[in-house]
Ligand binder design. Sequence first.
Ligand code: CP
Ligand code: NVA
Length: 307
Amino acid sequence: MAMPRHLLRTLDLGPADLTRLLDLAAHLKADPFSRAGVLRNQSVVLYFNKPSTRTRISFETAIARLGGTPIAVGAAELQLGRGETIEDTARTIARYARAFVIRTYSDQDVARFAAASSIPVINALTDRHHPCQSLADLMTLRDRYGSLKGRRVAYVGDGDNVCHSLVEAAAIAGIALAVACPRGYAPAAEIVADAQAMARHTGATIAIGDDPAAAVAGAEAVYTDTWMSMNVPESERAARLAAFAPFQVNAALMARARPDAIFMHCLPDHRGEEVTAEVVDGPQSVVFDQAENRLHTAAALLATFCD
Ligand code: CP
Ligand code: NVA
């Protein structure tokens, strides 16, 4: 099966696509300029309607390594902000660029861009998905453990975009994932159902619960994310801090995982909220390996989708 044309969510990829991308990312990590011709004389447009450090800088660097030119634009800079339609914007950009990388709020908006676009559209984070992050997460797990099938991973905290993409990635990769979220903050049921359908083919198991200690028991990796994603209104802060407090990843919770378990976080983190400094700055933390792997997986994605 050919790669999908666009990457809007992790489940757009099948197991073979995922293996191919992770193999290429590993190759590019070892030999970063070996695909330097893929984007020669071409540009890639990056549209950011939310802040970004890792995604923007890793994609721009990846494009440079592939021989191309990144054109990054903010929300206020396009005519889109003055009412030009998504479809006309997509059709215009496709006349110039080789790919379009989008970070925004609405998944429906990204789907409209993709539907109108003759070039690959890559979701660089929406309210519901963060597929690029999940590729780097799988690469980090593979770097550490050598293989993904049957690995025991726990996600503790908000059932947000990063959680959704991890659930989907685990399903594709055959991972045993245990998720623990407070009631009312679980991952979306339809995303979990889609992941379960994939899991039936790969042998993955996806367990959704509300007990952090049970989720991390025996885990080889413990993952968390902010309790206040960029799409969450500030007015929810107090209620969220209260609901999520028992879900903090601290040394006591890490002690329930395997002794050699890694700690994972997409970053940016909020020390003292979803994770303590002793964990994120401690010897089990691989958060900067994840951040580095954003670069290699972004390069692999573009090299594959634009070749
Ligand atoms: N993990 C991640 O997507 O980071 P940025 O928001 O800095 O891009
Ligand atoms: N869940 C976070 C991820 C940031 C990279 C957010 O959406 O803000």
